[in-house]
Design a protein around this ligand. Structure first.
Ligand SMILES: C[S@@+](CC[C@H](N)C(=O)[O-])C[C@H]1O[C@@H](n2cnc3c(N)ncnc32)[C@H](O)[C@@H]1O
Length: 299
């Protein structure tokens, strides 16, 4: 019996997408872009790794979309400016642009900051290919970008996902200087605080039984990492931000799944500034005062 080809074809997706696409792909999303980002294969499939990547980015999008909407409501024609630090291949930037920015008729812009020139170049090419004029990529370190003339004086939203080591701290410094309204940070390992704890261990041990918390080398590393995020949160609060710390679910492959969201509310700074100083002193980390500077002390 002859098969009816039309009858054998998969039914059109009820979501208005070409048939056969994984359910993770959203209406309006560019299939070609997802393929270029190697999230979808050439035949429109998701492998295990890219399914996870997409899930993570969507999970973050859930937090970022309301922030974008809020800024847009207040900014009018100026639109939203977002800087993504340690952008890597810019999955986040491209997916944000595709889902939110591409339909806007204003001056909204995403800037990707990345030290690896080849990744910057590739992202620039992709932005041209997909006609995303509101995207720019700069081959700069996060610290360099703070004073770069290529960026505006004020930025609305700053993101930094797994930006290596102290790049998250530089992103916080950038956001404070640019008076960012929101920050969305998923820190990576930071070795600096642990190294200072290690260096000063001899003097600290014996001062209090609590120094046992970081006596063993593996504990020094883990505690250093934990304290780093505590200091970051206090620093943000000491600049008037409201801070929420949560877990970035869907990030199962990574040990680093802490999500810090900070929103500027002009909150009182004195108490968190004092707490910040106290934690630095208690842990023998006074020399980190420059890194975790606080507005109250600087005023
Ligand atoms: C682990 S990758 C994360 C990439 C991307 N944010 C993501 O989540 O897929 C970290 C990226 O940050 C970049 N990077 C590290 N330190 C940096 C710095 N100080 N300034 C700018 N980029 C940096 C690295 O080159 C790398 O591409």
């Amino acid at each position: 019996m002859k098969r009816n080809k039309a009858a054998a074809a998969p039914a059109a997706s009820p979501r208005g997408l070409p048939p056969g696409l994984p359910p993770e792909v959203r209406p309006g999303q560019s299939i070609e872009l997802l393929q270029e980002l190697h999230i979808l294969t050439r035949d429109g499939k998701l492998n295990q790794d890219s399914r996870r990547k997409l899930k993570q980015v969507y999970h973050l999008y859930q937090f970022i979309e309301p922030l974008l909407k809020e800024v847009r409501e207040q900014s009018g024609e100026r639109g939203v400016s977002l800087v993504d630090h340690g952008a890597g291949k810019s999955y986040l930037g491209f997916i944000l642009y595709d889902l939110f920015f591409k339909g806007l008729n204003d001056a909204s812009h995403i800037y990707g900051i990345e030290t690896r020139a080849e990744l910057v170049e590739k992202s620039q090419q992709l932005a041209v290919k997909f006609n995303f004029p509101g995207m720019s990529f700069l081959p700069l370190s996060v610290a360099e970008s703070t004073t770069s003339q290529a960026l505006p004086e004020q930025i609305d939203i700053v993101t930094a996902l797994h930006a290596c080591n102290t790049a998250t701290d530089d992103a916080i410094d950038f956001a404070l200087k640019k008076k960012a309204r929101h920050m969305v940070l998923v820190p990576c390992c930071q070795a600096e605080v642990a190294s200072v704890l290690r260096k000063n261990k001899g003097q600290s041990l014996g001062k209090s039984a609590l120094t046992e918390i970081w006596r063993h080398p593996i504990h020094t590393r883990e505690f250093g990492s934990q304290v780093t995020n505590v200091l970051r949160c206090l620093q943000l609060e000491a600049h008037g931000y409201q801070v929420n710390v949560t877990e970035l679910v869907g990030w199962e492959h990574s040990m680093k799944n802490e999500l810090i969201i900070a929103t500027y509310k002009n909150l009182p700074r004195r108490r968190p500034s004092e707490r910040l100083q106290e934690v630095l002193e208690t842990l023998g980390l006074q020399e980190m005062g420059q890194r975790f500077y606080s507005a109250h002390v600087a005023e």
